[in-house]
Design a binder for this molecule. Structure first.
Ligand SMILES: *[C@@H]1O[C@H](CO)[C@@H](O)[C@H](O)[C@H]1NC(C)=O
Ligand SMILES: *[C@@H]1O[C@H](CO)[C@@H](O)[C@H](O)[C@H]1NC(C)=O
Ligand SMILES: *[C@@H]1O[C@H](CO)[C@@H](O)[C@H](O)[C@H]1NC(C)=O
Ligand SMILES: *[C@@H]1O[C@H](CO)[C@@H](O)[C@H](O)[C@H]1NC(C)=O
Length: 497
């Protein structure tokens, strides 16, 4: 990448001209399509919303790169130009031909912007505010990229709703892999437009049902309609919206992911992950839409986030350790879950998990550990602390007989569960306060309960008593409701992997 030694004033003048010419050139007619777009004030220049008039694309592109020299990584959110030049280079998808009109396919522009950003250490790929970008399944693959790339998402990215875009089914939509230092941040939105994938499941809202059937009847009566809204049946494999694989030093912050066909945000084989000031927003009845899904990942901190979805707000799977979750607002959803683990006789190791200072509401469970019969390995060293629940079916749960609807045979082996601590869990439940169903052959060990105050949502409704099976542990305080089913005894050695 060439370096430019021009003074800031000259640059701003040059860029002002280009922005001015794009504001007053061919792009004027499009202005109405872009929300929140302002005139060519210094702020809008620094937001780089200017479009490229045809013919001067390269110059604007170059100017845009020069502008990139003026920002530091830390200042990207506010886009404050530096006084004395910085080291970050910005690649704006609009400079690569993205239309941002919500219907043109912007995938190629994103791929091209990424290809350039990938070659520059600490560069920024900018998805600017004021536009909606339709992007097909795309890989941001990094084995050969320079480190510390920032994906600045201020606009909106939407997924295609036509089945053709997904072939016979793909597991990932926005697929970041094998990167060292990757940050996705901004005030933007990733919208998976998942409702077209959820059709098989019952819809709650009458207007959604009406819209769906109207669309379906339009489709069957008029096969000639060419519209991405009117699609063939979607493939049975549903994609995760934003997925990171094999990466280290990963940050996701500021953005919202909504209506994913399946999990919203997934980390697989990642280390040093930070997620904060992040939102997930999907209906409580959307199937399998985990908020954040962690697999084979270590040293993960997730905090200060709002997660509303149709499945686990956070799901912690095999191979995870050193996971610290705090200040999460979860619900609706299925709560915060470790597992399910050990399916199809697999080995699963999960350790050193802390969940604290979190609220869980309108959920089927609060904090849960679930394992299949027949697995091996261990879950050990888990602390759930300061959890406020409301309208949660079963706030505290260990289920070592997890079975996904189908018939499951009894097996003797199990993923061992030990060293699980519950402190200060308070609020209301709608079915059962505590449910511990541990393995016959490998009982749960070291289950500690301290300051549990759980009350039925409706005082007058008779609900199930706390349940324990093969659960060794200790009450450190009296509890509400009283839990008298724990087995007392030396918790011998914890299970290990
Ligand atoms: C996502 O990237 C990984 C790693 O490059 C690859 O194995 C996987 O197939 C990709 N997923 C899709 C849907 O392309
Ligand atoms: C269905 O077609 C009718 C007539 O063309 C139109 O008025 C209506 O808006 C369409 N409905 C949907 C959901 O596209
Ligand atoms: C547990 O994980 C935290 C990070 O989440 C880490 O700081 C700590 O060192 C880990 N402890 C052990 C015993 O592995
Ligand atoms: C599994 O064990 C339970 C409890 O002992 C028993 O009720 C059930 O019938 C068994 N199921 C099978 C498939 O053997």
């Amino acid at each position: 990448m060439r370096r430019f030694n021009l003074k800031r004033n000259i640059l701003v003048t040059v860029i002002s001209f280009f922005v001015w010419s794009s504001e007053h050139g061919t792009c004027n007619a499009r202005e109405g399509k872009h929300w929140g777009r302002s005139k060519a004030t210094p702020q809008s220049i620094s937001n780089k919303n200017g479009r490229n008039p045809r013919g001067s694309k390269n110059l604007v592109h170059q100017a845009s790169r020069m502008m990139g020299e003026l920002y530091t990584a830390q200042d990207e959110t506010t886009k404050t130009p530096l006084q004395n030049g910085g080291s970050s280079v910005t690649f704006n998808v609009l400079d690569y031909g993205a239309k941002g009109d919500g219907s043109a396919d912007d995938t190629k522009a994103f791929e091209a912007a990424w290809a350039d950003a990938c070659k520059v250490e600490a560069s920024t790929m900018l998805v600017p505010t004021g536009s909606v970008f339709l992007v097909k399944p795309i890989s941001f693959a990094g084995p050969n990229c320079d480190p510390n790339i920032i994906f600045q998402l201020d606009g909106k990215i939407i997924a295609p709703t036509s089945s053709a875009a997904w072939g016979s089914g793909l597991l990932h939509w926005l697929n970041f892999s094998e990167l060292k230092g990757i940050t996705v941040r901004g005030k933007g939105v990733i919208d998976g437009q998942g409702s077209v994938w959820w059709n098989d499941s019952p819809l709650d809202k009458p207007e959604e049902v009406a819209a769906t059937s109207a669309r379906d009847s339009n489709y069957s009566s008029s096969q000639n309609l060419i519209s991405s809204e009117v699609s063939q049946k979607m493939p049975s494999t549903k994609p995760t919206a934003l997925r990171f694989y094999g990466s280290t030093d990963v940050t996701v912050t500021g953005i919202t992911i909504q209506n994913s066909p399946q999990a919203h945000l997934k980390f697989d084989d990642c280390t040093l992950v930070r997620v904060f000031d992040f939102s997930v927003s999907s209906p409580g009845n959307s199937p399998n839409t985990d908020g954040i899904h962690l697999q084979n990942s270590q040293d993960v901190v997730i905090h200060s986030s709002n997660l509303a979805c149709g499945d686990d707000c956070i799901s912690i799977q095999a191979g995870c350790s050193g996971i610290y979750i705090h200040d999460i607002n979860c619900g609706p959803g299925h709560g915060i879950s470790i597992g399910s683990l050990g399916k199809d006789s697999t080995k699963a190791c999960v350790s050193n998990i802390t969940v604290r200072d979190t609220t869980i509401h309108s959920a089927i469970s609060g904090v849960r550990i679930k394992t299949w019969q027949g697995g091996s390995g261990a879950v050990q060293g888990v602390m759930f602390s300061n959890i406020q629940v409301s309208e949660v079916e079963t706030p505290i749960m260990i289920d070592q007989y997890y079975c996904d609807g189908s018939k499951c045979q009894n097996k003797t082996s199990a993923v061992g569960v030990s060293g699980i601590s519950y402190q200060n869990i308070k609020g209301t439940y709608t079915s059962k306060a505590v449910h511990f169903a541990c393995s016959d052959s490998l009982p749960c060990k070291g289950v500690i309960l301290n300051t549990i105050e759980l009350k039925p949502q409706q005082e007058d409704k008779p609900l199930s008593e706390p349940f324990c099976w093969k659960t060794y542990g200790e009450l450190q305080t009296s509890t509400t409701p009283p839990i008298d089913c724990l087995l007392v005894g030396k918790a011998s050695n914890p299970y290990s992997c």
